[in-house]
Design a protein around this ligand. Structure first.
Ligand code: CP
Length: 299
């Protein structure tokens, strides 16, 4: 694999291989082989989990890291992303992990076909894709259930502004899961009808295998600043309350990409409840990202 930018460009067998590789790294059944690569991490948007977990994955793979702080780099002088990356390529950087607010930031860079361009790994683009998050979500579900076919998965909340929602809806549908969506109707993108059905949150909770809550993306929702968005009302209408938790079957799991707005998407007391896999998702993120590095390395 030359670049890792969109999980939905991969075949389902390639995705399955990545999941299994991640679990092999987790169990210790697989070890990194080529350990001498140089990688740059460029995060133009804030991140704790993705940034740190790529760093940990790179260290576990034995790779050397170049840290670029976009706030102090020459992008602040107007240098383009393309020239920044070709500069790093000229210095010997072979891989670049990038988070950027621009949807599809990678497409023009790949279209350049420049030998100087490092191999690209998408750590999140605008409200487009978050493929490494999707992969770690798939690893977490597969670890739990051992399959995707027929799983009832509900994705809840800020569907319009979330790159996690779109990435996961597309890939889970391809893998055979039954997808439903809940949340504010005004945040439901019409084209999500191609992936699943919209339903009221309280409908069919007892049939779900996975319920995934999404963070309310305050930084992307200008209208929140201009409206009377109420965390309490949101939680009552679209959040995980104790009553909703109790309606889920014992084998159901609760997921959230995090950071969680506690008492908004999920009641504070339920973030670490027995059905929650939120911190397990973060642990799996390291192994999913090791599998991604391993795959781009091997091509
Ligand atoms: N889930 C996720 O992408 O978290 P960060 O924004 O902290 O990386």
């Amino acid at each position: 694999m030359e670049n890792f930018v969109n999980l939905n460009e991969l075949s389902t067998s390639d995705i399955q291989a990545l999941i299994e590789r991640a679990l092999e790294f987790k169990s210790g059944a697989a070890q990194p082989t080529q350990t001498n690569h140089m990688v740059a991490n460029l995060f133009f948007e804030n991140s704790t989990r993705t940034h740190s977990s790529f760093q940990v994955a790179e260290l576990k793979m034995g790779w050397q890291q170049i840290m670029i702080d976009p706030q102090t780099s020459s992008t602040k002088k107007g240098e383009s992303l393309s020239d920044t990356l070709k500069t790093l390529g000229a210095l010997g950087v072979e891989f670049a992990v990038i988070r950027h607010s621009l949807n599809d930031w990678y497409q023009p860079l790949i279209a350049e076909h420049s030998d100087l361009m490092p191999r690209l790994i998408n750590a999140g683009d605008g409200n487009g894709q978050h493929p490494s998050q999707s992969l770690l979500d798939l690893v977490t579900m597969y670890e739990e259930f051992g399959h995707f076919d027929g799983l009832n998965v509900r994705i809840v909340g800020d569907l319009a502004h979330s790159r996690v929602a779109r990435s996961n809806a597309e890939v889970l549908q391809r893998l055979g899961a039954n997808i439903s969506f809940s949340g504010p109707k005004s945040w439901y993108p019409a084209d999500f009808d191609q992936f699943g059905i919209y339903t009221e949150l309280d409908e069919g909770l007892e049939d779900l295998d996975v319920i995934m809550f999404l963070r309310v993306q305050h930084e992307r929702i200008a209208e929140i600043e201009n409206t009377d968005f109420s965390p309490l009302s949101y939680h009552f209408d679209f959040g995980l309350t104790q009553d909703r938790y109790d309606h889920l079957k014992d084998t159901a799991i609760i997921m959230h990409p995090a950071p969680v707005n506690r008492d908004v998407e999920i009641a504070d007391s339920l973030v670490e409840a027995p059905k929650s896999r939120i911190f397990q998702q973060m642990t799996n993120g390291v192994y999913a990202r090791m599998a991604i590095l391993d795959a781009v390395e091997k091509d």
